[in-house]
Write a protein that binds this ligand. Structure first.
Ligand SMILES: Nc1nc2c(ncn2[C@@H]2O[C@H](COP(=O)(O)OP(=O)(O)OP(=O)(O)O)[C@@H](O)[C@H]2O)c(=O)[nH]1
Ligand SMILES: [Mg+2]
Length: 294
């Protein structure tokens, strides 16, 4: 009989590399929010895949960054916590990245004394085999590695092959989670992330970065879930933008967030959003703690 393999696999990389999209592709379910803007993910989010003979516990992590705010320091801690748990680290590079975007992290990567499997993502962008081979060779030389798996997380190209390779690299170990567990995060957390994703979609410039979302109440009845959520911004002017003329912007946000929550929770949702100003929350350790950061 084949032995059971299980382990923790950390997905790391620059902002916007497609880490969250990749984790969702592995899970076949949207657990981690995605946006075309950088620094979307702020937490270490686990996604669990269990099959007959293996369990992979993926960790999606924030993009590698040099901290400017207390919030960023907390994001770096989230990265470090995933790193310390990991049996395997998968650095993800997108085809749009330049080598210089990895020079800052070379030391970090070298310090990781764990098995690594490098991934090149977004290869759907290439039109020819030559372009693909050239890019693979370029990154192999840069990282000094023999193996680099090219995938498209978005178009789900090579995802199964990558999953097989990951399983080969995992230790023999009994499962860490029960078969029905998909993530370590609560439904409340994922709802707050969905609201944040819709803020990333709908608003520009500093608004997504100045916003944080918490679910204050989550009441499940037989036919409906009533969810009350607060959005924190840093200034009155940002609150005015989130609300929009006559409340039109917040209404639009509420509708798109509710629709996505209904897909995720499979139930009718009532969603109430309230916007609050919390001065400088990104630099306030106490407030960050209240918002669920380390
Ligand atoms: N063309 C293409 N786009 C992709 C692919 N994977 C992800 N994307 C897009 O890249 C953007 C960033 O994706 P995310 O998954 O949010 O990236 P991330 O690495 O988690 O970003 P952060 O959380 O900000 O660090 C989104 O617009 C995705 O749709 C891919 O394989 N091909
Ligand atoms: Mg992400």
């Amino acid at each position: 009989m084949k032995k059971f393999r299980a382990g923790f696999v950390m997905i790391m990389g620059n902002p916007n590399a497609g880490k969250s999209t990749l984790m969702n592709a592995f899970l076949g379910e949207k657990i981690s929010i995605v946006s075309p803007k950088v620094q979307t993910t702020r937490h270490h989010i686990k996604g669990i895949v269990t099959e007959n003979n293996y369990q992979i516990v993926f960790s999606d992590t924030p993009g590698l960054l040099l901290p400017k705010y207390e919030l960023h320091k907390s994001m770096v801690e989230e990265i470090n916590s995933a790193l310390s748990d990991a049996d395997l680290v998968i650095p993800v590079v997108s085809v749009f990245e330049k080598e210089t975007e990895w020079t800052n992290h070379a030391e970090l990567l070298q310090g990781v004394k764990k098995p690594k499997l490098f991934i090149l993502n977004k290869v759907d962008y290439f039109k020819t085999e030559e372009e693909l081979t050239e890019a693979i060779n370029k990154w192999k030389v840069f990282f000094g590695i023999d193996e680099l798996i090219a995938v498209s997380a978005l178009k789900e190209i090579n995802i199964d092959k990558l999953k097989e390779r990951i399983v080969e690299l995992l230790p023999e170990h009994p499962p860490y989670y029960t078969e029905d567990e998909l993530t370590d995060k609560s439904q409340r957390f994922i709802v707050s992330e969905i609201v944040r994703e819709k803020i990333f979609e709908q608003f520009r410039e500093e608004i997504p970065y100045s916003s944080e979302v918490i679910v204050t109440d989550f009441k499940e009845a037989e036919d409906i879930i009533r969810i009350y959520s607060s959005i924190f911004v840093e200034r009155e002017s940002q609150k005015a933008i989130l609300l929009g003329k006559g409340g039109s912007a917040i209404k639009k946000l509420g509708i798109s967030a509710r629709e996505e929550c209904e897909k995720f929770l499979g139930k009718k949702i009532f969603l109430e959003l309230t916007v609050k100003v919390k001065d400088n929350w990104r630099n306030d350790k106490l407030v960050l703690k209240q918002l669920g950061y380390k």
